[in-house]
Write a protein that binds this ligand. Structure first.
Ligand code: TYD
Length: 393
C-alpha cells in the first residue's frame, strides 16, 4: 500500500450540481479523502467520482466569465505564437473557447466532453469533439487531422483519472517537434496558502512538478520549462516535449524540483502538517462567521466557485451564515449552492447597501473584485477570506 491518507474533508456534494430547488430530497454526497502516494508522489482523492456525474451538459463553469482570464489567454496565445509559431493547435478541455478563439479556427481543434460547451465552440467554427480524452479519441483525431504542433490543456489533466493513458495519448497526437503545455493548480502553492479548496470532486489530482516529472519519465516525453502563474490562486504552466526533440531544457526545472524537495513535497509528514493547518483554518473561519452573526452582521458570498463548495461544506457554512451568493455566471444564477443550499443571484453593479461582509468564494480574483467593488469598500464594506489564513480584509 503506497497511498497514505492525510486529510478527510467530510461529506461533499458534486461541486457542479447547482440546485434548482433549495432543499432537494436526493442530493448525492461522498466522503472526500485526500491521499499521498509515496511511490509516485502524486496527491489525489482517495475515491474518484464517475466523470459523467461531473462533466455533463449542465456544466456551469464558463472560463470567459472573468476579464482577467480573457486577457491572460489572449496574452498567452501571443506568447505561444512568438515562441513556437504552431501550425496546428489541439486543446484538451476547451471550455467555451477562451483560448482557441485566439487561433485560426481552420487549424484549431477542441476536445470538450461537456456538450453545452462543445456546442459553443462548434458554433464558432472550431471543430470540437464532445468526448473524454482517451487513447481511442487521440487515434481518431490523428486519423482525421494528423499530429499537432501544439497541444494545450489548462485545468483539465488534473480531472482525468487514468494519467498513464492520458500522457501516452498526448504523446501519440503530438508532432515530433511539437510542444505540449499543461496548466494546473500548484500543490506547493496549496500547501503554502492552506488553500484546501483546490480539493474537490473534479480535481482528482493536485500536481507537483515532481509528480508530473515522474509521470512523463515513463513515456517518450520530458519537461523542458516551467512557469509559476497567479491563475487559480497559483498554478504551474509546464512545457513538455518529446525526448528526441532537442529544445533546450531550462535551468528552471532543477531549481523548482529542488524547491519542492526543500518544502517536503516528497514526504508524508509535510501532508500531516498541512492537514493540521487545514483544521486550524476551519476553526478560525467558523469563529469569524459566528462572531459576525452574533452582532447581526449581514454576510453574502462573492463568486459561487467550485472551490468554495469544499470550504462551505467542510466548515458547515450554510444559509444561516451566508444570505446569498452573487455570481456573474448565468447558469448558476437562480440556483442554490450544492450541499449548503445558499441562493445564488445575479450581482447588481455594486454589492447591496445593506451588506456588511462578503466572503470571497472567488479569492483567486481578489484584485479584479476589489477594483469592481470600490464603492462598497469606500462605504466600509469588508471582505472575508480563508487564504492564506482566515481574515477580514
Ligand atoms: P473560478 O475562478 O473558475 O473558480 P472555480 O474553478 O473554483 O469555480 O470561478 C470564478 C467564479 O466567480 C465564476 O463563477 C464567476 C465568479 N465571479 C463573479 O461572480 N464576479 C467576479 O467579479 C469574478 C471575477 C468572478
Amino acid at each position: 500500500m503506497t497511498k497514505l491518507e492525510f486529510l478527510n474533508l467530510g461529506k461533499q456534494p458534486i461541486t457542479n450540481n447547482f440546485l434548482k430547488i433549495q432543499n432537494p430530497k436526493n442530493e448525492f454526497f461522498y466522503n472526500l479523502r485526500i491521499v499521498f502516494d509515496d511511490k509516485t508522489k502524486l496527491v489525489s482523492s482517495a475515491e474518484f467520482i464517475p466523470p459523467e456525474k461531473m462533466f455533463n451538459d449542465t456544466y456551469a463553469h464558463r472560463a470567459s466569465m472573468s476579464i482577467t482570464m480573457q486577457k491572460a489567454y489572449k496574452d498567452l496565445s501571443i506568447k505561444i505564437k512568438e515562441r513556437f509559431n504552431p501550425k496546428s493547435v489541439l486543446e484538451i478541455g476547451s471550455n467555451d473557447g477562451i483560448f482557441l478563439k485566439n487561433f485560426n479556427e481552420a487549424n484549431a481543434i477542441g476536445v470538450e466532453p461537456c456538450k453545452n460547451l462543445a456546442d459553443i465552440t462548434n458554433s464558432m467554427n472550431i471543430k470540437t469533439f464532445d468526448e473524454y480524452w482517451t487513447m481511442a479519441l487521440s487515434k481518431k483525431i490523428i486519423n482525421q487531422f494528423g499530429t499537432f504542433n501544439l497541444v494545450y490543456s489548462a485545468n483539465t489533466i488534473s480531472h482525468i483519472h487514468d494519467l498513464n493513458e492520458t500522457f501516452l495519448a498526448i504523446s501519440e497526437v503530438l508532432a515530433d517537434k511539437g510542444v505540449f503545455i499543461l496548466e494546473d493548480p500548484s500543490l506547493l502553492e496549496v500547501i503554502r496558502n492552506t488553500s484546501y479548496d483546490q480539493f474537490y470532486d473534479e480535481h482528482a489530482y493536485v500536481f507537483s512538478i515532481t509528480a508530473i516529472n515522474n509521470l512523463v519519465k515513463k513515456t517518450d516525453l520530458e519537461i523542458f520549462d516551467v512557469e509559476l502563474l497567479d491563475t487559480h490562486g497559483g498554478s504551474n504552466r509546464i512545457y513538455i516535449k518529446k525526448k528526441k526533440n532537442n529544445i533546450k531544457i531550462s535551468k528552471n526545472i532543477s531549481k523548482i524540483l529542488h524547491e519542492e524537495k526543500e518544502n517536503g513535497i516528497n514526504h508524508f509528514e509535510t501532508y500531516i502538517k498541512f492537514a493540521n493547518n487545514v483544521k486550524k483554518s476551519k476553526y478560525e473561519l467558523v469563529e469569524i462567521f459566528k462572531t459576525l452573526k452574533k452582532s447581526n452582521k449581514k454576510i453574502i458570498g462573492y463568486g459561487a466557485t467550485y472551490k468554495s463548495s469544499t470550504i462551505l461544506n467542510y466548515c458547515g457554512l450554510n444559509n444561516y451564515f451566508i444570505d446569498y451568493f452573487v455570481d456573474t455566471t448565468k447558469n448558476k444564477q437562480g440556483k442554490f449552492t450544492p450541499g449548503t443550499h445558499i441562493p445564488i443571484i445575479k450581482p447588481n453593479d455594486n454589492i447591496d447597501d445593506d451588506i456588511d461582509y462578503a466572503y470571497l468564494g472567488a479569492w483567486n480574483f481578489k484584485k479584479e473584485i476589489f477594483s469592481k467593488e470600490k464603492k462598497y469598500i469606500n462605504r466600509g464594506g469588508k471582505f472575508i477570506t480563508h487564504v492564506p489564513s482566515p481574515q477580514i480584509l
